[in-house]
Design a protein around this ligand. Structure first.
Ligand SMILES: [Zn+2]
Ligand SMILES: [Zn+2]
Length: 178
């Protein structure tokens, strides 16, 4: 859905959109939109500004990623609200002269006639995804020794990779003393 500045000049835009699973493309981000994405909110042109736009709303969606530990499927139900400000690209040149103050670091920019709601949602979803992506809190991960998924097949490999290294050193020592 295109949020048009021209339309905002007349009235505040209200959106209430549902995007089918995988309608938003996250292939480059290595995550997937696993469920429908629902977003609602408003986009308005702020009075007495040089084309500043405020986009407010909330979204909910179920995302999916590879588990950091077992490489299985990890699901992330996201539900977040946002309150964002966008200025026209043409502002940047002038901002440089004035100097952007710290409080405005969150500010985004738009080019031309407006912005795509999908782009805004895409960015918000990426910001909301947790840094650590695990299928469950107690995921046992993949065994570094036998390579089995320990959630499915518990193994009795000992976490002893460092010990074997000591053994090798010990072997060298023995050689020296011979
Ligand atoms: Zn896992
Ligand atoms: Zn093992």
């Amino acid at each position: 859905m295109f949020l048009s500045i021209k339309e905002m000049e007349l009235r505040k835009i209200r959106f209430d959109e549902t995007f089918a699973p995988r309608e938003l493309d996250f292939t480059e981000d290595e995550i997937r939109q696993a469920g429908p994405l629902h977003a609602q909110g408003t986009a308005e042109l702020l009075a007495n500004t040089d084309g500043e736009v405020r986009v407010r709303g909330n979204l909910d969606v179920q995302m999916e990623a590879e588990c950091d530990r077992c490489l299985g499927r990890a699901r992330f139900p996201l539900n977040t609200s946002f309150d964002l400000f966008y200025r026209p690209m043409s502002f940047i040149a002038r901002e440089e002269e004035v100097g952007i103050d710290e409080g405005e670091a969150e500010l985004g920019f738009y080019e031309g006639a407006g912005m795509e709601l999908e782009d805004i949602l895409h960015e918000q979803i990426l910001l909301t995804m947790p840094m650590q992506r695990v299928c469950r809190e107690d995921c046992q991960g993949i065994c570094p020794a036998c390579g089995k998924n320990r959630n499915e097949t518990p193994c009795d490999c000992k976490p002893a990779s460092s010990d074997s290294r000591w053994d090798a050193l010990q072997g060298l020592k023995d050689l020296k003393t011979l």
